[in-house]
Design a protein around this ligand. Sequence first.
Ligand code: CP
Length: 320
Amino acid sequence: HRDLLGIGQLERHEILFLLDEAEQWVSLNRQPNKHSDQLAGLTIINAFFENSTRTLLSFEIAGKRLGADVVNMHAAQSSVKKGETLIDTAITLNAMRADAIVIRHGSSGATGLIADKVDCPVLNAGDGQHEHPTQALLDALALRHALRERGEAGDDFTGLTITICGDILHSRVARSNLLCLQALGATIRLCAPPALMPAGIEGMGAQVFNDFDAALDGADVVMMLRLQSERMSGQFIPSAREYHYLYGLTSARLEKAQEGALVMHPGPMNRGVEIDSEVADLLDRSIITQQVEMGVAIRMACLDVLTRRARGVEGWGDTV
Ligand code: CP
């Protein structure tokens, strides 16, 4: 593949390849000197048309730790505000001879549109309700690390039941994680209020729940998602207080899951709405900060692997 637009384009062995590639960067990132010259001389453009903390910063850190020149384009300060189209923006970025372009956009499919117009690899950093592939990869890496620390993980997640609860309808994280975790053998339960569950999602192989307690029963991992009010248009949703009562992950509720069940959240969190602080900060159970740590390593792996062909290094697309 030239681009990373979604988990849907990847085979199971390609997902495992990226996770394995990331391990060297997890190790490097834990050293005092975190620098590699792997991508020296390359230019990476992060073009973000939507807000971000984790994804933007971790792609920037990833590129810099690999020795690349990294520049960020924030749509709010760009000529997008003067009416420039997405296509013209893509053509403009291409003319600057970037070696990789990382895109976050509010419209599903926007990253694919840009990929069609440029000559370098495009990495999807989240497009509308469609996919957020590096989030799913970092979640898988964080989960694998947490399970290995407990001596429980094999190469994949066969036998694991993972409950994903929240605004599934608007969540690119849920979609990418469903594809990624299923490809790695996990059983996925999706839980949301009826108005926030996409029609026909059962067809993707997930078990579907509206009752959070039932969805939690015996789960090995609980992944919580926030309500994405910025994408809502007229859906009936409960108030924050009612939502917390029905779908908030509290300590008492977590008891319904498997003993020692792990807690995940891609961030940003709305504490006291979808997750209580005492659960989000639960030692040995919550791996939310580990997810952020793995985000840098996974993005280093993706930037390295996707630019291999251009650097004349055999790898992605040649052997995979
Ligand atoms: N999880 C995630 O994508 O976070 P940001 O929106 O802060 O990048």
